[in-house]
Design a protein around this ligand. Structure first.
Ligand SMILES: NC(=O)c1ccc[n+]([C@@H]2O[C@H](COP(=O)([O-])OP(=O)(O)OC[C@H]3O[C@@H](n4cnc5c(N)ncnc54)[C@H](O)[C@@H]3O)[C@@H](O)[C@H]2O)c1
Length: 378
């Protein structure tokens, strides 16, 4: 085995939702070594968390600017090669920009930035520096999502004629109905989250899923969003009609007030020959439907799956793998890219997917604001 890739982490501290997912994922295939980072803007919490997870404190920095200025002084074989950005959204852009300018590879949480304009600026620098830039639309790492992509690619469905992706959660109920809580949660503050809450946070996953699985681009959107309270400026629910580049029509349904729902992503893709249905809360079952035929249930690890899907399965069939494994697969693909090894374009979403996500968010918000009108996505 070659040397492990040196990974730095920004955000993702002990108090975060997503940090543990990235730390476990980075370890999963023995490709990375976490060497330092900034886990929290409060120094005691930052250093305390590093000690808790057993990291030497010498490469725990007070902020990302110090991380970059100190890391670039290190000999190349010691320096961080890639940095994961796991902070609230508004920090993704300044962090990614400075990291790119200093030659680091990046694994960035979604949404990529807080505006489309910022996303395009990152792309310009990334093209110049030729760094690897992944955006963690985590659900694309599931073996059966990868299998959907390959089934569509192999024309098993025929021409795609209808897409329907739901992403329903109910967690914001406990916040949105409480004036104090809705004024203090970062996801409901435009300066921390960007112009959108629900569409930016989870609608963008649904959008990315459609493009990942079908290989089509969403070309137009018409949205109807829900804010519930006059003092709340951030969408917390919405329905988006879409047109795809091949003329197929469909719908993205996203909600954070779907009472009782946990993380219910349901992907339905219908072609002229067959349909596919997959649910994130039960990710090891992919349903394939053909007119007049019994439904087929495809499962990970079986030889009938594509190479891309099988590459995302570590154990023999019947050993359920989940969200940690999906993120682990993304990290594995990024490791291949960093090492200059061949990889399939389905192994991880890139900065281009992040940019399209930002375009989708902005056009979806604009569609609703302008009176539910069609808006194009370039
Ligand atoms: N891919 C997914 O499915 C998925 C799921 C959840 C969250 N996310 C994304 O991950 C990001 C973080 O979300 P979360 O739910 O973990 O947020 P969170 O609020 O739970 O945690 C944010 C973390 O960032 C740290 N932080 C804040 N400011 C910082 C700074 N200046 N420097 C260093 N660290 C700082 C905080 O200390 C905390 O540890 C968001 O962009 C979110 O959209 C993605």
């Amino acid at each position: 085995m070659g040397a492990k890739i040196k990974l730095g982490i920004l955000g993702g501290g002990g108090d975060s939702l997503i940090g543990v997912l990235h730390r476990v994922a980075s370890n999963m295939f023995d490709q990375y070594e976490i060497v330092g980072g900034v886990f929290n803007p409060v120094w005691e919490k930052n250093i305390g968390f590093a000690e808790q997870i057993g990291l030497p404190v010498s490469r725990i920095y007070k902020d990302f600017e110090t991380l970059i200025s100190e890391e670039v002084k290190l000999p190349e074989n010691e320096r961080m090669q890639v940095v994961s950005i796991l902070t609230p959204n508004f920090l993704h852009f300044p962090m990614a920009k400075k990291l790119l300018e200093n030659g680091f590879h990046i694994i960035c949480e979604k949404p990529l930035t807080t505006s489309y304009e910022e996303a395009l600026i990152l792309k310009e620098i990334q093209e110049l520096t030729k760094t690897v830039f992944a955006v963690t639309y985590t659900y694309t790492g599931y073996p059966m999502v990868r299998q959907m992509r390959k089934l569509v690619e192999s024309d098993a469905l025929g021409k795609i004629q209808k897409v329907d992706v739901q992403y329903y959660q109910g967690w914001i109920n406990s916040i949105i109905h409480d004036p104090e809580k809705r004024a203090s949660t970062w996801r409901l503050q435009p300066d921390k989250s960007g112009i959108s809450c629900c569409i930016g946070d989870i609608g963008t996953h649904a959008f990315g899923m459609i493009e990942f699985v079908t290989g089509l681009q969403v070309s137009k959107v018409l949205s109807d969003l829900n804010y519930l309270y006059a003092d709340n400026v951030m969408d917390i629910d919405g329905t988006v009609l879409i047109h795809c580049s091949n003329g197929a029509k469909g719908v993205i349904r996203a909600s954070q007030i779907a009472t009782g729902e946990e993380n219910s992503i349901i992907v339905k893709i219908y072609g002229e020959k067959a349909g596919l249905k997959w649910e994130q809360e039960n990710p090891n079952y992919l349903y394939m439907m053909e007119e007049g035929q019994a439904i087929k249930v495809l499962k990970p690890g079986n030889g009938y799956n594509s190479e891309l899907s099988l590459d995302g399965t570590k154990l023999p069939p019947g050993h359920p793998e989940g969200i940690f494994d999906a993120m682990g697969n993304i990290y594995k693909g990024v490791a291949r890219a960093i090492k200059g090894e061949p990889y399939d374009s389905g192994e991880f979403p890139t900065i281009m997917d992040g940019i399209r996500g930002m375009n989708f968010i902005e056009q979806t918000i604009a569609s609703n604001a302008d009176g539910n009108v069609w808006k194009s996505i370039d």
